[in-house]
Design a protein around this ligand. Structure first.
Ligand code: AMP
Ligand code: ZN
Length: 472
């Protein structure tokens, strides 16, 4: 298995620290809002990476944090006139609902920054004791030039760095920045301002900087050295660079062997932003599509290529997913009446031949998780099944093909098997019929249809814009 490692800028063969195990840390969202479809990309991509490792027989320890202390959360708390903890709690719960809709496997552990403060204080103290950090008026700074490897992940030369830039994303700017020994130094702890949440520390009543939380949570739940650390490409600098500086200075060993970064999702070839009015939350999309379609769309590109979100591409993802589901539904129909006899010799040959699609799938995934090519292999398998299975097939044959489709789509986190007659098209036809019944004041029939759909796990929601539906 090869993984592109941002640290070495090369595809490298994956060698785990412990045979058969993968320790993986993925930077999670800051919870001050519903997650947007950009945030969904690393969630889906790295969940698929995890599933592929599991398919290959590894046990994966998957840790992903929630950043629940941050200037943006505090700002939102002031705006809504609620405690910051209530804001983050609310959005963590909403985020988990979206993740379930996108079929993200629950993490082994979802630590929250606010519950890890004492570990952060310990690590900051170690950094002070070893000369890697210093305190000025209640603020603690990391002495960036004290870490010889600084810049190795982002491939930046320390002398070319522009001081302080981009740290604004997570608003680590502090008053009196002039008190830093060096403009490159970054904040590990900062004193509270009036009305802000705070924790006691040896330096001041205050709160941690953003970078220290991931160093501490990765160490606590996975150990000093982990296999894979992942996140979106905007995190390479300064966040991950700073994590390396903190962890390696404090622990004295390499932090992560492989660093993986997903490219960005754009909308109609533009950066997604609220001010451009092209900003979608996962919740917005869930009102228009089954979130499995969003997942399938996200995996239609290799994770290191930018992906463009548009209505046309979502429609084509929906058509593609339907094609797979239709094939499985058809196989189920065949299976219902097929004779329960062993596969015939020619069927046996075909099943062996179909193995080449699994091989192609694995070759694609082994090459730095090329889900785009892996999906192509699934489509080819589906076409093969459509061409070769029919009413005359044995259970062993139709069942073998179905199992193979489900195995591969399962790695992608896609549910290919849905109840008979419940393809999107069928649902939409029933909804139309229900609307027609209501217009004709035939409420009995309208209710029957609602119940029939409910029985098959389809939930209807009447809104001003019409009827929306989703799978339970
Ligand atoms: P944040 O809450 O801003 O820290 O982001 C959480 C995760 O989402 C990080 O891994 C980001 O890199 C990632 N992310 C944010 N915006 C996008 C985007 N437009 N495309 C892909 N990943 C993104
Ligand atoms: Zn992080």
């Amino acid at each position: 298995m090869k993984i592109y490692n941002t640290l070495t800028r090369q595809k490298e063969t994956f060698v785990p620290i412990e045979p058969g195990k993968v320790k993986m840390y993925v930077c999670g969202p800051t919870v001050y809002n519903l997650i947007h479809i950009g945030n969904a990309r690393p969630m889906i991509v790295f969940d698929t990476v995890r599933r592929y490792f599991e398919y290959k027989g590894y046990k994966v320890d998957y840790v992903s944090n929630f950043t629940d202390v941050d200037d943006k959360i505090i700002k939102e708390a002031i705006l809504e006139n609620k405690p910051a903890a209530e804001i983050s709690e609310h959005y963590i719960n909403e985020c988990k609902k979206d993740m379930a809709g996108m079929n993200i496997e629950p993490a082994t552990k979802n630590p929250r920054a606010t519950q890890e403060i004492s570990g952060m204080i310990d690590m900051i103290q170690t950094l002070i004791d070893t000369g890697h950090a210093y305190e000025k008026n209640g603020t603690v700074y990391y002495r960036t030039r004290s870490f010889p490897g600084y810049g190795k992940l982002s491939h930046k030369n320390i002398d070319d760095l522009e001081p302080g830039h981009r740290d604004e994303k997570h608003a680590l700017k502090v008053d009196g920045a002039g008190e830093k020994e060096d403009p490159l130094d970054f904040v590990l702890w900062k004193p509270k301002k009036e009305g802000e949440p705070f924790w006691k520390s040896p330096w001041s009543e205050g709160r941690p900087g953003w970078h220290i939380e991931c160093s501490v949570m990765a160490r606590r739940y996975l150990g000093n050295t982990i296999d894979i650390h992942a996140g979106g490409e905007d995190l390479v600098f300064p966040h991950h660079e700073n994590e390396i500086a903190q962890s390696e200075a404090a622990n004295g060993v390499p932090f992560a062997h492989y660093w993986m970064h997903n490219a960005f999702l754009n909308i109609n070839n533009k950066k997604m932003s609220k001010s451009l009015g092209n900003f979608f939350t996962v919740r917005d999309i869930s009102r228009r599509y089954d979130l499995q379609v969003l997942r399938f769309f996200m995996l239609s590109a290799q994770y290191r290529s930018p992906i463009n979100f548009s209505d046309e591409l979502m429609e084509s993802a929906k058509v593609g997913l339907d094609r797979i589901r239709t094939a499985v539904t058809h196989l189920n129909e065949i299976l219902a009446d097929a004779p329960d006899t062993p596969a015939t010799p020619s069927e046996q040959e075909k099943l062996t031949e179909a193995g080449k699609f699994t091989e192609a799938f694995e070759t694609a995934m082994d090459d730095d998780f090329n889900t785009a090519d892996a999906i192509t292999a699934v489509f080819e398998l589906v076409r093969f099944a459509n061409m070769n299975a029919d009413e005359g097939s044995t259970k062993a044959f139709a069942g073998g093909l179905k199992e193979q489709i489900l195995k591969l789509t399962g790695v992608l986190g896609i549910d290919a098997e849905i109840e008979e007659g419940l393809l999107d098209d069928a649902v939409e036809k029933l909804i139309e019929e229900r609307q027609a019944a209501r217009r004709a004041k035939n409420y009995k029939r309208a209710d029957e249809i609602r119940d029939e759909l409910a029985g098959k796990g389809i939930i209807l929601e009447d809104t001003r814009e019409g009827v929306r539906w989703k799978r339970a």
